[in-house]
Design a protein. Structure first.
Length: 258
């Protein structure tokens, strides 16, 4: 990593004759992307040591901004053995991170690593708890989500359009002076076509609701990135998938505890 961050990136960087250009930021998304690809110990090793090496090199080289990929799986729902519910809804960045699996655990460790390096260096280090990423061609999957909403339970019904995720990274690169921060990276609404009142009744009947929710507001809350970074989603699934209900549902507040 030290070598990568102190090397030329392309031939055009040779022309000025002023040496290797200094990096202004590092964005680190490389990882084993989930469980069930490698043995668990290898997933944990690659993800934790890899992230440590990236952040260590960046900090010791004086690079002032690091953005890294954490995950929705840190909340312990996605890859749980059996059915695991959030402690409360909506799930925000203050929710406990308590996964059972090697992937989610690696991301929790990476957040701690980032926090430690930020404390010693003062650099801006922002971690993104990224929801289920959807590329444009993957919206063809959404009718299957509508037919079986329960298949989205492990993702807390969230999704993030890949282009909106790119926007979030850009916002992180432009936001200076925030120190260590963790942001949920998700779209504004859920990935199914039923309202929150029905989602909660069917899947989260015993889970406390801590504040008022609009009927289509994401249960994987992106309120922090909207308020702190000014995120405005550009790609709602409704722009690409026909809602089978064919009716517009006005937002109806759901009171806490309801």
């Amino acid at each position: 990593m030290f070598n990568v961050m102190t090397s030329y990136a392309n031939f055009d960087e040779l022309d000025p004759g002023s040496g290797v250009p200094a990096l202004g930021a590092v964005v680190h998304f490389a990882a084993v992307p989930r469980i069930l690809i490698n043995p668990d110990h290898e997933t944990f090793r690659v993800n934790t040591i890899g992230t440590y090496n990236v952040i260590e090199a960046a900090v010791k080289l004086g690079i002032p901004k690091i953005v890294f990929a954490s995950s929705e799986t840190t909340y312990g729902v996605c890859f749980a053995d059996g059915v695991a519910h959030p402690d409360y809804l909506p799930v925000d960045e203050e929710h406990d991170t308590n996964p059972m699996d090697s992937y989610g655990l690696s991301k929790v460790v990476n957040e701690k690593t980032a926090r430690a390096f930020q404390r010693r260096s003062g650099a801006d280090i922002y971690g993104l708890r990224i929801g289920n990423v959807m590329e444009p061609h993957e919206y063809e999957r959404f009718p299957g989500f509508f037919a079986d909403p329960g298949c989205r339970r492990r993702n807390i019904f969230c999704y993030i359009d890949a282009r909106d995720l790119g926007q979030i990274v850009d916002l992180c690169l432009k936001a200076d002076g925030l120190g260590f921060q963790i942001f949920n990276a998700g779209n504004d609404t859920n990935s199914v076509d039923i309202p929150n009142s029905e989602i909660i009744r069917r899947f989260y009947a015993d889970v406390p609701v801590t504040r008022e929710l609009h009927e289509n507001e994401a249960l994987f809350s992106n309120l922090k990135i909207r308020t702190m970074l000014g995120f405005e989603q550009k790609h709602d699934w409704r722009d690409y998938v026909e809602d089978p209900r064919k009716t517009h549902v006005e937002p109806i507040p759901i009171s806490a505890g309801e």
